[in-house]
Design a protein around this ligand. Sequence first.
Ligand code: 4NP
Length: 157
Amino acid sequence: MDGKKRIVFVCLGNICRSPMAESVFTYIAAARGELGRYVIASAGTSGEEAGNPVHRGTVSKLTSCGIPVVPHRAVQLTGDDCRRFDYVVCMERANVRAVHHIFGGRSHGAAVCRLLDFTDNPRDIADPWFTGDFDTTYRDVWEGCTAMAEKLSSVNV
Ligand code: 4NP
């Protein structure tokens, strides 16, 4: 092992929330001079959007906030990902349940949690695919990624 913390952000479709979190966490880690400590990825629990680009609502919000959008095409989380990642960081409780289903009860030490579990106000992040509200999603993702970067920088895996 190279000592890097391996993170996969997970939502349902992997076109709105998890690529937003992947881009925001990459930006924050870079700003902290800690990019080299992480492998950062994202995936969806559904294969519905596999191969599709990041949703234009996510691209537009990130661009307006000056956050570079990490190049990405949607992929579905697989059972093997429980061995490939240390942290499986979901957007909402339904994702956590779906991840456990995909992992088939094994986790190989991968921690499965929600992004906002890293904050003092643990909660789900609403799906802008349904709400159309990318501003609220971005605020929640920023809050979660900031808290997560702070917590993980003090953890030696
Ligand atoms: P995401 O949003 O989980 O934040 O990427 C969704 C995108 C697509 C679908 C559902 C949620 N879909 O059903 O295609």
